[in-house]
Design a protein around this ligand. Structure first.
Ligand code: SF4
Length: 424
């Protein structure tokens, strides 16, 4: 893909098909991946994907909260504000330099209220006016540039919202929670539902639904993939990652997972993605993990993907598991943790990560049992197999929890981060 002409006037620069980074990189300043078109005025910077849909925006004036912060619009049509968090502790806590501030209640311990900021609200609501003013005021726009602006304006906020609804209906519903590992691709995943519901229906869980676990038949998954190609359409080169939903895709079984990975790779032309590499993210449970044969991981080594499987362990303390209403024994959790280490040590293209809960009011045995696993049971520091600590309460940041988290992170022998629940 080559860059199309740039239109420049005194207060305006429009660049079509600008080539950004080819892989997701963590830096303390914003780096944007993929191919996008950029509209820069005196006050605003807007980015559009290859379907001419707005995907990012920021203000350039002093009223914008911070020059390195920006807004992202995802395929679920959520606007997410990326904040530096003052750069204090965000990277240590989340593994990322920027903190996603979400427009809905989540379990994050950090962050402010950027959506209350006037210029942030002005941009979310006013970006179409910025484009239409350009079309009205600029008389000598190159044909490609004016046609891009008209196409971008045709993707109105209402149309973008309708498109998000179409995406949800193809996948059998919205992905209410993405695996924490999806941070490696900034949550830019194509969702394919290969199983619905989950096995345990834990009492504490805020993201579960009422569906009993069921694998989706192969023909239906294939149909989903076909319909997804028309949703992502010309923007497919900007994707190289899948989310296999829903809450326990691993329980769908090795054959279903491998068939979906292969089918999606061809249908989404991942071999021609502008982005390097490709990955898949899914959730699993203790039951599905322990039932997964070694041959599955061997098969994955032959695939072009790096696979991240996130398992909800929650606690290695029986009293805590009982309080959470998680139908597991602490012995099962310990066994699963040991199995996770074996897989992570043995297979280079699979990373199994685990979640544990974090809350001020859990039984006294929870944290010692956690440290026994992530410190005492391991003889050395490990580079992979992240553990995510998930605050139990939504919308209630607590300083003491943040402090407690930092202490646990220092003691843990696996990479340890906070899990901030994010949807698509
Ligand atoms: S924690 Fe996982 S297994 Fe338990 S109810 Fe929630 S989604 Fe289901």
């Amino acid at each position: 893909m080559t860059s199309a002409p740039t239109h420049i006037s005194s207060d305006l620069r429009i660049t079509l098909n600008k080539e950004g980074a080819r892989h997701y990189t963590r830096m303390s300043f914003p780096i944007h991946c993929g191919i996008f078109s950029e509209v820069e005025t005196r006050n605003w910077l807007l980015h559009f994907n290859l379907n001419n849909e707005i995907i990012r925006a920021k203000g350039k004036t002093r009223s914008w909260p911070h020059p390195h912060e920006w807004l992202k619009r995802n395929m679920g049509n959520d606007w997410i504000y990326y904040s530096t968090g003052g750069y204090t502790g965000v990277f240590e806590a989340t593994g990322e330099y920027y903190l996603p501030n979400l427009p809905y209640k989540t379990n994050g311990l950090l962050g402010g209220n950027p959506f209350d900021d006037e210029s942030v609200g002005e941009l979310i609501n006013g970006w179409p006016t910025i484009l239409s003013n350009i079309l009205k005021s600029e008389s000598h726009l190159p044909v490609e540039v004016s046609s891009f602006l008209q196409n971008a304006l045709a993707n109105t906020p209402d149309n973008l919202s309708t498109k998000a609804d179409r995406l949800f209906s193809i996948c059998g519903g919205r992905s209410t929670v993405l695996p924490p590992d999806a941070r490696h691709v900034d949550y830019n995943v194509i969702p394919i539902t290969i199983a619905s519901g989950c096995l345990y229906k834990c009492r504490f869980c805020e993201v579960k639904n009422k569906h009993p676990f069921a694998a989706i038949p192969t023909a239906e998954v294939r149909h989903q993939i076909n319909r997804l190609t028309s949703i992502y359409d010309r923007d497919l080169p900007n994707y190289n990652a899948l989310f296999l939903g829903e809450h326990d895709a691993l329980q769908a079984g090795a054959a279903n997972i491998l068939a979906t990975l292969d089918e999606a790779y061809g249908a989404f032309s991942f071999d021609q993605s502008y982005l390097q590499g490709c990955s898949a993210f899914l959730f699993g449970s203790v039951t599905s993990l322990m039932n997964t044969p070694e041959s599955f991981f061997q098969e994955l080594e032959q695939r072009p993907y790096t696979i991240y499987i996130n398992i909800g362990l929650e606690s290695a303390d029986q009293e805590t598991l009982d309080r959470l209403g998680k139908p597991l024994t602490s012995a099962m959790v310990r066994e699963a943790f040991t199995r996770i280490q074996e897989i992570n040590d043995r297979w280079s293209k699979t990373e199994i990560t685990a979640n544990f809960v974090l809350d001020d009011d859990l039984p006294d045995g929870h944290l010692p049992a956690f440290l026994d696993l992530v410190r005492e049971s391991l003889t050395r520091v490990k580079p992979k197999g992240c553990v995510y600590l998930s605050p139990l309460r939504f919308g209630q940041p607590s300083r003491s929890q943040t402090f407690g988290f930092n202490r646990l992170k220092v003691l843990s022998r696996v990479p340890t981060f906070l899990y901030i629940i994010q949807r698509l």
